[in-house]
Ligand binder design. Structure first.
Ligand code: SAH
Length: 216
């Protein structure tokens, strides 16, 4: 495990999250406890505490910490929740979710990313996370229902098959919009009166692509 970063860097990390409006104490604590530098390539460790997205393997990115904290806060997690994440990437977001919920199933279309994320999460004892190679556009009904779903890759539209995986009063958050542009973070709630949709903020994510990756 990498050594703890020097206090000033970590203090700035927390400070910038607070300054940008993250106020949920449980979310701030999770962001404090999960070492982001363990989820990036060794040569980028020094950059890990900056509030920026960084490249990971397979041409993908680990999201910006503020966006991770914001999406987590908007998900309104409770300790009993069963959570589905689409787009494991580095596994960082899954580690944050794991501290705030009962269990996390996270799907990734690249085998390499899934394997590396699994190793990192197990080294950090995130034992309630299951990493599976799978396609977020084709989650089977046999996966069951989830209290919360977080999509961390941009979709042109949220597939109905995914919304159908929401339990009663379940909440889904996804960046929705064109591949090469700005997307809108959409919050979808399976409310008693029907599906409710709310647009949150503008974001930029790598695209969600259908099917498993042909390369590793
Ligand atoms: N949550 C990640 C960041 C994800 S980047 C983290 O914390 O590091 C988006 C990820 O979604 C990429 O790894 C990409 O391969 C994956 N992805 C894209 N389309 C997908 C799909 N249809 N199913 C599953 N994963 C997908």
């Amino acid at each position: 495990m990498p050594a703890a970063p020097p206090p000033p860097e970590k203090m700035m990390f927390q400070l910038s999250l607070r300054r940008r409006g993250i106020s949920d104490q449980a979310v701030l604590r999770a962001m404090d406890e999960v070492p982001r530098d363990a989820f990036v390539e060794p040569e980028l460790r020094d950059e890990a505490w900056r509030d920026t997205a960084l490249p990971i393997a397979c041409g993908q990115t680990i999201s910006q910490p503020f966006v991770v904290a914001y999406m987590t806060e908007q998900l309104q997690l409770r300790p009993e929740h069963r959570v589905l994440e689409i787009g494991t990437g580095s596994g960082y977001q899954a580690a944050i979710l794991s501290r705030l919920s009962r269990s996390v199933l996270t799907l990734e279309r690249f085998k390499t990313l899934a394997e590396r994320a699994r190793a990192r999460l197990s080294a950090l004892h995130c034992d309630n996370v299951e990493v599976v190679v799978g396609d977020g556009f084709a989650v089977p009904a046999s996966a069951g229902l989830f209290d919360r779903i977080m999509v961390t890759a941009a979709m042109e539209a949220v597939p109905e098959t995914l919304i159908a995986r929401l339990d009663r009063d379940g909440v889904l958050i996804a960046p929705v919009g064109p591949r090469d542009g700005t997307q809108t973070l959409l919050r979808i709630r399976n409310a008693p009166g029907g599906i409710e949709r709310k647009e949150l903020v503008a974001v930029r994510f790598v695209p969600a692509l259908p099917g498993l990756a042909r390369e590793l």
